[in-house]
Design a protein around this ligand. Structure first.
Ligand code: AMP
Length: 406
């Protein structure tokens, strides 16, 4: 992390704005100790129907569990100024809000690093809305609202796509006419802040692995995998949109494009129908007909739940093998995110498919969620909790420091 003694002591706000929820984490910045530490976190959810605020301190003490339905005018934007005021009212004296860092889904082909927001950049971010119509509008609207209500507050945008800009064209190009590729229809990849966090963690804690070929399985409600070669993204499973790759909570993952043509022709589905189907009704929920939550499926004795889990694990394992192939082999496997960090049975089922690749778990270490969960004679397999919010906070501090130094 960069030294940031030029900053004053204060707080940083990290925001992840969706269509019906805003997740936030507040970090305390201690320049004297060159430290940023999580302070409290929470979310505004059910926005548009019956908004609720929940928040907890880092130690787990409840700070809020309240209805904000009376302020809910539909949409995230009108609630944000209230949220900022609420957050500021919880900051101790002498701890001003220094900046806000936003998770922004798309940086397009040109934005490879986090950036300080200005009007020119806002236009660029808004021009990328067609590439991520379900997420980018919420991200940019949150930045706009803060720019209007808190014009003095520096804001930083951190992109889910940026970490993948190091990929070769063999990883990013679809087999479609070149002019479409040049118009931006290519594989971008997502979850970049998570992979960047893991890559930094490897560099700091496991430098030998950091220089090798590592497959990271980010398995959560949204899931993807990334091939890290020398700490940089070499290939990933999500592509043009967050739909490609393995099946997810409600998203389909890889699907023959012929299915889309068939659904349009024979089922008369339009764009909205397809968006609903592929983003919200497919994946674990669609296959099981029960739930998008892996915990519910693992505890169900319905055969459809078991089949959905089996398909998920088999598809994750196949992507691990594909990414290993892209790098010409692999030296370690990392599990992260909600399912990857917390579900020993899923890690075990995925790894059972990979014995031929030299992967075998120590089931006791796996059940106890040790950092290394592989058997002695296996390639190393680790569980590393990801921290996208900390990554955004660090980028925000770095850009503030650079701005102060300029
Ligand atoms: P994330 O999107 O990374 O927050 O992950 C959320 C998902 O992780 C949830 O939808 C659950 O399916 C899954 N998850 C969390 N804890 C567990 C667990 N103990 N076992 C299985 N799945 C879990």
């Amino acid at each position: 992390m960069t030294a940031f003694q030029s900053l004053e002591k204060g707080a940083l706000l990290v925001l992840n704005s969706g269509s019906s929820s805003v997740k936030f984490t507040v970090f305390a910045v201690e320049p004297a100790q060159n430290k940023i530490a999580p302070f409290f976190a929470g979310q505004l959810c059910e926005i548009g129907t019956d908004a609720k605020l929940t928040a907890k301190t880092e130690a787990g003490e409840k700070m809020a569990e309240e209805s904000w339905a009376d302020r809910d005018k539909g949409g995230v934007a009108p609630l944000l100024p209230h949220l900022i005021s609420w957050i500021e009212s919880r900051l101790p004296e002498g701890m001003p809000l220094l900046a806000a860092g936003h998770r922004v889904v798309h940086g397009g082909s040109g934005l490879h690093h986090p950036v300080m927001i200005n009007e020119h950049l806002m236009k660029e971010l808004e021009s990328l809305i067609p590439l991520a119509p379900l997420h980018q509008p919420q991200n940019t609207a949150a930045i706009r609202v803060l720019s209007e209500s808190r014009s003095e507050l520096p804001q930083v945008a951190c992109f889910d796509t940026a970490f993948h800009h190091t990929q070769p064209s063999t990883s990013t190009t679809y087999a479609i006419p070149r002019e479409l590729t040049e118009a931006g229809i290519r594989r971008y990849g997502f979850h970049g802040l998570s992979y960047e966090y893991i890559s930094r963690h490897l560099r700091e804690e496991m430098p030998d692995l950091a220089e090798g070929r590592v497959v990271v399985a980010h398995l959560g409600n949204g899931s993807s995998l990334c091939a890290l070669k020398n700490g940089r993204s070499y290939d990933t499973t999500m592509g043009f949109s967050v739909l490609e790759g393995v099946p997810m909570g409600t998203r389909c993952g890889n699907l023959d494009p012929g299915v889309i043509i068939h659904l349009m022709r024979e089922y008369k589905m339009n764009v909205n129908d397809l968006e609903q189907l592929l983003y919200h009704k497919s994946g674990l929920l669609g296959m099981s007909g029960i739930s998008n939550d892996m915990r519910a499926l693992l505890s169900s004795d319905d055969p459809r739940a078991k089949e959905a889990v089996d398909i998920f694990c088999s598809r994750v394992a196949k992507e691990i093998a594909r990414l290993a192939c892209a790098m010409g082999g692999f030296d370690a496997l990392i599990f992260t995110a909600g399912i990857g960090e917390h579900s020993a049975p899923i890690r075990s089922m995925v790894c059972k498919h990979l014995k031929w690749l030299g992967i075998e778990l120590c089931e006791e270490s796996n059940a106890n969620r040790q950092s290394r969960i592989s058997a002695e004679n296996s390639l190393p397999v680790h569980v590393i909790p990801t921290n996208e919010e900390l990554m955004i906070a660090q980028h925000t501090v770095d850009l503030l420091t650079m701005r102060n130094a300029a």
